[in-house]
Design a protein around this ligand. Structure first.
Ligand code: SF4
Ligand SMILES: [Zn+2]
Ligand SMILES: [Zn+2]
Length: 293
């Protein structure tokens, strides 16, 4: 196959039979991220951006690309104390930040997420999600960042979409968006890779020489989204373009889903917004209340 821009030998596929040489693939990927940021009004060059980095390909690629595009983006790593995996991920992330000369902040979970999950009788991924969401937002707010960016890609977004549809959770569907506006102590959250797949990021990482953690988190095996991703990959193979089409149509459709207004108050323990008296993070980390389920 030949690069569609210059006719040289192609080394990476964008979609269908659209292939690029190294230089033009990197350019195509960066242009795509740049267009998404502008089209969805994610942020501008004056914003201070904090990128949640896990050591995986998507978040490291996102951090690298944002800085290449001229945005001011620091990184934050949440150490979840997952045996072996967290230390290894941290090492890779630290090495990446040093090599690229980028500022990396680190926040550490008070206890291993598996213990927090067991104590609160939640699934590990559920407890982990609560810790990550709370700590990332807290740090971004305390350190004066205007935007929190995550490396969620099209595979992640469509898997969550499918999970929400299977539960017919209309409020989760109404809230699922690549841009969640901030207010008060809630920092704006964005997903600039939402129209690119895991494969796109992996190709970019390879061609840009970005070293990332290849292993998956040991708890991802039991996560429902892993199963939904497999189903969507089978669909994509049979009907190419399925993920992109369904996600784009969903973003149009969600504008018409009536959203229940959420009344937020300050958590009695930490002061961050919550719907109850005490937020989920304080419930599981500080053990302020009995677990809900
Ligand atoms: S797979 Fe689950 S436990 Fe592992 S990092 Fe992701 S959310 Fe956390
Ligand atoms: Zn080319
Ligand atoms: Zn709280």
């Amino acid at each position: 196959m030949r690069c569609v821009r210059c006719g040289e030998k192609a080394v990476a596929l964008a979609a269908g039979r659209t292939a690029y040489c190294r230089q033009h693939y990197l350019e195509w990927f960066e242009e795509k991220v740049s267009r998404t940021i502008k089209k969805l009004g994610m942020f501008g060059t004056r914003d201070r951006i904090l990128v949640a980095v896990s050591g995986g390909k998507d978040s490291l690629v996102l951090w690298h690309v944002l800085n290449r595009l001229g945005y001011s983006a620091d990184g934050v790593f949440v150490h979840l104390k997952i045996p072996e995996y967290s230390d290894k991920s941290f090492e890779v992330t630290k090495r990446f930040a040093e090599k690229e000369g980028l500022r990396l902040l680190v926040v550490e979970s008070s206890s291993p997420v598996r213990i927090l999950a067991r104590k609160s009788r939640r699934k590990t991924c559920s407890a982990c999600g609560i810790v990550k969401r709370h700590e990332l937002n807290r740090l971004a707010h305390e350190q004066g960042y205007s935007v929190l960016a995550t490396g969620h890609n099209l595979d992640d977004e469509t898997a969550v979409l499918l999970a929400n549809v299977m539960k017919w959770d209309s409020q989760a569907l109404a809230r699922q968006s690549p841009v969640l506006p901030g207010s008060g102590k809630l920092v704006k959250r964005v997903k600039p890779l939402c129209f690119l797949t895991e494969k796109h990021s992996a190709q970019y990482a390879l061609l840009a020489g970005i070293d990332y953690v290849q292993e998956e988190c040991p708890f991802s095996r039991n996560a429902s989204t892993t199963f939904y991703k497999k189903m969507l990959n089978a669909l994509e193979q049979r009907f190419p373009g399925t993920k992109k089409n369904v996600y784009k149509r969903f973003l149009e459709f969600r504008k018409n889903i009536p959203q229940e207004e959420m009344v937020l108050k300050d958590c009695r323990e930490c002061g961050y917004p919550t719907t109850g008296d005490i937020c989920s993070f304080c419930r599981i980390v500080r053990g302020s209340l009995q677990p809900r389920c």
